[in-house]
Design a protein around this ligand. Structure first.
Ligand code: IMP
Ligand code: MG
Length: 175
């Protein structure tokens, strides 16, 4: 039995969309330097592809946040497992996330980061599962709206697996 129930977004579609997002970001931040703030570990693939195509100066930092444990549903419990290395005060920050589901993880993170006084703070997510949203958060850049199914690949995991698969797929629940 195959672990892939169905490919939702092909590698080619992801790459095309990431290029479009990078172009948009480059236009919006002309003359500025951006700090891309990657949410580990899911945002990693997206960050590297996006960053390579952005045409303004970019720095990276990484934050580890845990809201899921090993379940497939949001627990609402959020904790910082690895903090940023640099101060973000006065910087233009774009949070790079793999997927927004309930929004609980990001709403917690936004409050935390805003208290550190960045010059600006925007959100860029590859996938947006809008039907499950329980808290309202402003999302500035979205790769793809997605249905309410458990998705893996391209950074997204199930029990830490499948992050390296270059496309997004629906996990076969019987696998
Ligand atoms: P939220 O707090 O409910 O918005 O959950 C956001 C986090 O849950 C994301 O950063 C992912 O790590 C994880 N997540 C949500 N939906 C999925 C999914 O379909 N597959 C894999 N991880 C998911
Ligand atoms: Mg994540």
């Amino acid at each position: 039995m195959d672990v892939v129930q169905r490919v939702l977004i092909s590698e080619e579609k992801i790459q095309t969309r990431v290029t479009e997002l990078a172009r948009q970001i480059s236009q919006d931040y002309q003359g500025e330097t951006i700090c891309l703030l990657c949410i580990l570990k899911g945002g990693l693939m997206f960050l590297t592809d996006l960053a390579k195509r952005i045409e303004v100066p970019v720095t990276f930092d990484f934050i580890g946040i845990s809201s899921y444990g090993h379940a497939t549903q949001s627990s609402g419990v959020v904790r910082i497992t690895k903090d940023l290395e640099e101060s973000i005060e006065g910087k233009h920050i774009i949070i790079v996330e793999d997927i927004i589901d309930s929004g609980l993880t990001l709403s917690y993170l936004i409050k935390n980061l805003e208290s550190r006084n960045p010059a600006s703070l925007r959100i860029c997510t590859l996938l947006d599962k809008t039907v499950n949203r329980t808290v309202n958060i402003p999302v500035d850049y979205v790769g793809f709206p997605v249905p309410n199914e458990f998705l893996v690949g391209y950074g997204l995991d199930y029990q830490e697996l499948y992050r390296n698969i270059p496309y997004i797929f629906v996990l076969n629940p019987d696998y």
